[in-house]
Design a protein around this ligand. Structure first.
Ligand code: TYD
Length: 198
């Protein structure tokens, strides 16, 4: 099974992805948790480049995110799935569509371009929905340094959120999660969805 987690920065998706990993392991499954960008050896340099904000060109950034994904899918995700593991990936195609469109590229162009790579489709995607203001407040509370993307602020993240919701409306694999709910409630909800898949 291939599961992805999506949402704006500070939406709480990573906490829940790791909780799900632990729970699935308790059920006896072998699970790989991974993330993008930077989820493979070669991808680490691409991640550094992308998060340093030294590249401003939106097309160049999109291509780098997709290059990162190509290497990650081929060297990490597909081998793990073939060996029978459940793979949980923190960000995937939907991040590229939402973030790179919000950055200014045409939504339809980005969506078609991303789809043209035919990367393996997730079986299920948990998409964390939260107001940009609340997500940024959470990040500040964590004392986290704002990276290049987060520092673009409320307006940008609100736009990412809206595009995420558009994607969710077209894709049945996506479960939209109200990220305002408590950590415990969200974890239960996710487990219920997974149980019902079997
Ligand atoms: P990261 O620190 O990993 O964020 P998070 O912990 O919220 O997942 O930074 C990744 C950033 O890169 C994040 O702000 C979203 C952005 N991103 C894109 O713009 N396009 C993409 O295709 C991906 C995978 C991430």
């Amino acid at each position: 099974m291939f599961i992805t987690f999506e949402g704006i920065d500070g939406s709480g998706k990573t906490t829940q992805a790791l909780k799900l990993k632990s729970w699935l392991e308790e059920q006896g499954h072998e699970v790989l948790y991974t993330f993008e960008p930077g989820g493979c050896e070669l991808c680490k340099g691409i991640r550094e480049l992308l998060l340093s904000n030294s590249i401003k060109d939106d097309i160049a950034r999109l291509i780098l995110f997709l290059g990162d994904r190509k290497l990650h899918v081929e060297s990490v995700i597909e081998p793990a799935l073939k060996s029978g593991k459940i793979v949980i990936c923190d960000r995937y195609n939907d991040s590229s569509i939402a973030y790179q469109s919000a950055a200014g590229l045409d939504y339809k162009f980005v969506r078609e371009f991303v789809k043209s790579f035919n990367f393996i489709e997730p079986d299920i995607t948990f998409m964390f929905d939260i107001k940009a203001e609340d997500a940024l407040r959470r990040l500040e509370g964590r004392g986290r340094d704002k990276d290049a993307v987060e520092s673009s602020g409320v307006k940008f993240l609100s736009c990412v959120r809206e595009i995420y919701k558009d994607i969710a409306a077209c894709e049945s694999r996506i479960i939209l999660i109200d990220a305002d709910k408590s950590e415990l409630e969200i974890a239960d909800l996710i487990r219920d969805y997974i149980k019902n898949l079997n």
